[in-house]
Design a protein around this ligand. Structure first.
Ligand code: ATP
Ligand code: MG
Length: 326
């Protein structure tokens, strides 16, 4: 198993060290390829994303990414494009000992990652500006199929399409149409759809409704941050960017420069991203071991200050590793 490791900037390095401590406690002995990216990298090498890093991601079975500061857009957006990482996966799961609105949530958001307003195709007009929103059948079908396959693989019973087809009749009309076309080949999975505004409300009022949500890029961006807040916020939210051949796993948070270098960053999001990677690499038992060791550590309050504890990032990681080693 070959894993590219990009710690990046700010707390990226600290949470990555923590994730590697946890990974090392499993008997997997992966080959790690350390790679450089981000602001510090730009300062040192003149580019935030050197060719060697692209090579490392290309040859690895999967990549762990910490965080990039100001250059985040250049780095992660370019990586997504370069490797065709069309699916953004955001598990939303409550954790013991982490303050949240609901203690028993478990659903995932699958966000289309390549088109929609995120392409940034904007121009000024005589009296303002215009942005083009492209929704293709091909990209819609690919992401919807991914969501249904994920639902089947993860033993989930339902997929909900989220859109605004009442207003965006053509673009989101196509998304919804393709959704039900694909759904018909998954009779064992329940399919339904909601408008994005209703979904924003239901996420707060009845989030247990959801199992797998699939949506377009911009709506996914907004809803996944809302959903992360439901279960404890940035420090505990993992994510994955998945393509046909490559996949990159990263915490939802950024480089958090204000708390960097103090050994107080919460490593949970990075560690859960690592578990997500192992699941993707067909190592579900190892992923489960990380999940259980992390939950026990959280339950015992052996946590960083943001969760009310007094452990350092490295100490929390060692507590988790110790529980994996047994
Ligand atoms: P960037 O520009 O790289 O996104 P940022 O300053 O926006 O950096 P974020 O990482 O987005 O920082 O996080 C915003 C705030 O949330 C941080 O300043 C910090 O207080 C908190 N935070 C984020 N991640 C963590 C973490 N892993 N542990 C503890 N607190 C965190
Ligand atoms: Mg930020």
């Amino acid at each position: 198993m070959k894993i590219a490791v990009i710690p990046g900037d700010g707390i990226g390095g600290e949470v990555m060290d923590a994730a590697l401590t946890v990974l090392d406690a499993l008997d997997l002995n992966p080959e790690l390829i350390m790679a450089d990216a981000g602001d510090d990298c730009l300062e040192r090498t003149g580019t935030p994303l050197p060719d060697e890093t692209l090579e490392a991601v290309g040859e690895a079975d999967a990549t762990l990414f910490g965080a990039a500061g100001e250059s985040a857009a250049d780095v992660i957006v370019k990586l997504r494009r370069e490797f065709g990482l069309f699916a953004n996966l955001r598990p939303v799961r409550s954790l013991p000992g982490v303050q949240c609105l609901y203690p028993d949530l478990d659903f995932v958001i699958v966000r289309e990652n390549t088109e929609d307003l995120y392409v940034g195709d904007e121009e000024y007009t005589s009296d303002g500006a215009v942005a083009r929103r492209v929704i293709t059948r091909a990209a819609s079908e690919r992401i919807v199929r991914f969501a249904f396959d994920y639902a089947v693989g993860d033993g989930r019973g339902g997929v909900t399409a989220v859109h605004k087809a009442n207003v965006l009749k053509k673009t989101d009309g196509i998304f919804r149409e393709v959704f039900y076309e694909v759904a018909s080949s998954y009779p064992q999975v329940e399919a339904n759809d909601y408008y994005v505004d209703a979904t924003a409300m239901y996420l707060i009022t009845q989030p247990h409704e959801f199992d797998v949500i699939v949506t377009t890029n911009m709506f996914g961006d907004i809803l996944s941050d809302e959903a992360a807040a439901l279960v404890g916020g940035l420090g505990v939210a993992p994510s994955a960017n998945i393509g046909e051949k490559n996949a990159i796993f990263e915490p939802v948070h950024g480089s958090a420069p204000q708390i960097a270098g103090k050994n107080i960053a919460n490593p949970t999001a990075m560690i859960l991203s690592t578990a997500l990677m192992l699941k993707h690499l067909k190592k579900p038992q190892e992923a489960q071991k990380i999940q259980e060791a992390l939950e026990e550590t959280l339950r015992n309050g052996l946590v960083t200050p943001d969760l009310g504890g007094d452990l350092g990032t490295d100490e929390m990681a060692r507590e988790i590793a110790r529980r994996i080693e047994g």
